[in-house]
Design a protein around this ligand. Sequence first.
Ligand SMILES: *Cc1c(COP(=O)(O)O)cnc(C)c1O
Length: 497
Amino acid sequence: MVNRETPIEISKEEFKKTGYQLIDTVAEFFDTIKTKPVTTGESPKHLQAILGNASLPEDGESPEEILSTASRLLLNHSLLNGHPKFFGYITSSPAPIGALADLLAAAVNPNVGANILSPMATEIEKQIIKWLAEFIGVNANYGGVLVSGGNMANFTAFLAGRTAKAPKNLKQNGINTTDKLVVYCAKTTHTWIEKAVVLFGMGTNAIRWIETDASNKINIEALEQTIKEDLKNEYKPIMVVGNAGDVSTGAVDDLTSIAVVCKKYDLWFHVDGAYGIPAAVIPGLKNLFEGIEEADSIALDPHKWLYSPLEAGCTLVKDPNHLIETYSSHPVYYNFSNDEPSTQNFYEYGLQNSRGFRALKVWMILQQVGRNGYIKMIGEDIRLSKLLFKLAEENPELEAITQNLSITTLRYAPQNYYNTENRETYLNKLNEALLNNSQQGGEVFLSNAVVNEKYCLRSCIVNFRTSEKDIQEVIEIIVREGRKVHNQLQHQTTVHK
Ligand SMILES: *Cc1c(COP(=O)(O)O)cnc(C)c1O
């Protein structure tokens, strides 16, 4: 027999039939996403009942049946971050072309760990990394690697920076707490930094959390003061992390001043731009990100403001040799010669060995949209976020708290309430309940932020489907639901008295 009979192969005819059906289903899904609830709010228990608790199948089923079941489960019982009123955390509406890209990438299945296993895919990843550097306005000589997301992008850079700045050969000698290595970041820095020091043997005492100023940016004087004290006490400062869009309020640190401090004390300058740095593409915002070109490393997330489907993060390093110095090893069983200078083996640039072709979707999306398309979309997200802030400011029942990039924080604050509690305590309780209610309700999806001890509703617009009308409706929903929750809480208080 020429063709082996296997339960996994799909014939050309069946692949076409099933594949076309799936494409029809997905096209319909994208077309009607606006009309669906953002989330169904179903409980895990309910979902388990729908999924059923069958055990591992002994024999296989037809692809057609499996795909139709999977489509039904996912399309009817998911949170839809492609919905125009999804504003939670920092998860974007995914570009439809990304879905097609993932299909193509999985079909070819290049292993982008080694050049020899992924000849064209490696070149495409190299190109997209160059484009991302150009996109954010740093020198196209920055090199790097695509990773699964912001945490991994920050880790990848963190380890390279630590290897570069540690006063001893960490690769050979490992790390000890007696090395007294310390890193600096604003207290608003994303939780990845804690994971990094825990995982990479430094412990949480190695983080110096620096105060922020009134606009939520790192306080440069406090930063320098802390470094000086540490040096006096024989600590070994190695790195400062600057935020280009902090996760709670979108504040961008004064990157130029951080760069000056890093130069003065010979520290690695890492910028966490996982969310915010793509906004540097907007000519009018160049100033805000000034100093980025001084960064030794930068983390950014195509799966956030470049609207790539999950997962796609990226580490950029000014001198990519720092990645190779950290991650390269040459086992005898790898015949991946580096003889040709332009050969690049991505396994030497980060933590992964076998690597998927996540570059393809990012590469395709950037071509579909182009620089001008992004200027328009990112600009519109920011404009809508500012509109939300303004409408909240104008509404007597709402308080607008912060607005940076495309993140707005606000809260429901009724004028009259009968309560013996402190007003701030009450408002925190009220807004937390309001957020929980609204996340279940399915009309809109917001997340929360605590800003100067105020519990806020937080909207982050990285969503090319959101319109002005959605923003107006969100205000109405918040006020309507806020009144409801307020009435309930008031009722509870009076009943219990
Ligand atoms: C989202 C985010 C991260 C984490 O990125 P993931 O893609 O969720 O791993 C880190 N830092 C900042 C500033 C972020 O916005």
